[in-house]
Design a protein around this ligand. Structure first.
Ligand code: N2P
Length: 367
């Protein structure tokens, strides 16, 4: 058959158009939804300069808030950062797209197997996400204020918060607790010598009773205000995230206000969690999302992020650029001995999650 020039042109156009249309359609924007106090803004500026893609950056401080948005759909976000136990449930609900490692060469080259092996315990998480940061949930305290009230305070133990006659001594200098049932309930279970992942009704009741017994001494449940509150000396004890408490320590030191803040992974053990970058199925700019994630996975860039926020990351190549004080701090990059004390939290099924949420609402309202 003889091909007419017109037909040839049409065929050529059909072959070329899809690719051209796809790229033309994606405007030069990436919308990122990440935790508060979790980035060095210079990284976003560098990314914009290098790629010409503008970053619209919003923050949250709760997995529950992020999850509600994701399950409702059409968030408009291209990259979000849920914690692995939440992410597992969200993957099952069909929220995310699988990641193609061929499009993430820095991830393929730099991903740290120690972290991805741990993540393998969470179904699907290695296929649908890559690690942004990981850390622990422990205690932050103001050394002087605690010692003033109790010279022999148990500075290595959850007794600081969970033992009634100890915690009662600190109520007047201010105690904050993360507003996150999925981390605080396991901490209470673990303190009681029970499995932190237990979903047995009897165990949850015991955890609830423990939390209720210390409820009168807690000033506030909040998941980000404790950074400044600790740094300013407004509170003396917080159940919080490792890097955030270390940021409080650094902010106090910079302010030169004589407040000394410490982070503690108590001897009884603590939660180790993983925050994961993932792309929603309905992300408006999926290619830019891949470019963003791949950029973060450059060794220097990921190291710059960790150096600023005091959290460890899942990037092996970053370690050459991470400040020595961070890489060698067992509260950030736990040594073998510390690792033994850390437990991970697996996802709750929806029914248990509802029970925990109810328990939490009652606890907060003091019922
Ligand atoms: C950042 C806190 C992130 C840790 N402020 C919680 N997964």
């Amino acid at each position: 058959m003889k091909t007419s020039p017109r037909r040839l042109f049409a065929a050529l156009l059909a072959a070329l158009l899809p690719a051209a249309a796809l790229h033309a359609a994606e405007e030069k924007v990436v919308r990122v939804y990440n935790w508060s106090d979790y980035i060095d803004e210079a990284i976003l500026q560098d990314f914009e300069q290098e790629t010409g893609i503008k970053v619209v950056y919003d923050v949250f401080d709760s997995n529950e808030v992020l999850e509600t948005k994701l399950l409702a759909g059409s968030t408009g976000y291209d990259v979000v950062v849920p914690t692995a136990n939440f992410l597992t449930r969200q993957i099952k609900a069909g929220v995310f797209q699988k990641l193609d490692l061929a499009k993430l060469p820095n991830v393929a080259a730099n991903r740290w197997d120690v972290v991805s092996e741990r993540l393998a315990q969470y179904e699907g998480v290695n296929d649908y996400s890559v690690n942004y940061m990981w850390g622990t949930t422990g205690l932050g305290y103001n050394e002087a204020k605690i010692k003033e009230r109790m010279a022999d305070a148990p500075l290595d133990s959850w007794d600081l918060l969970f033992k009634k006659d100890v915690v009662a001594k600190f109520a007047d200098c201010g105690i904050y607790v993360l507003d996150t049932p999925e981390e605080v309930v396991p901490a209470a279970l673990n303190y009681l010598g029970l499995d932190p992942n237990s979903t047995k009704e009897a165990d949850l009741k015991k955890a609830e009773a423990l939390l209720k017994s210390i409820r009168p001494y807690i000033k506030k449940f909040h998941s980000s205000e404790y950074i400044n509150a600790l740094a300013n000396g407004d509170i003396c004890l917080a159940l919080g995230w490792s890097g955030d408490i270390l940021q409080a320590r650094d902010r106090a030191a910079e302010a030169g206000n004589n407040v000394v803040v410490h982070y503690l992974i108590p001897k009884e053990g603590a939660l180790m969690w993983f925050d994961q970058m993932a792309i929603p199925k309905d992300a408006p700019h999926p290619d830019n999302a891949l470019t963003f994630i791949n950029y973060i996975y450059k060794g220097e860039v990921h190291a710059k992020a960790s150096n600023y926020i005091n959290y460890a990351n899942g990037n092996k190549a970053a370690q050459a650029f991470i400040n020595k004080e961070i890489l060698e701090d067992p509260a950030i990059y736990p040594d073998a001995q510390t690792l033994q004390r850390l437990y991970i939290k697996l996802p709750y099924d929806p029914k248990v999650q509802r029970t925990i949420t109810r328990l939490w609402t009652n606890l907060k309202s003091g019922k």
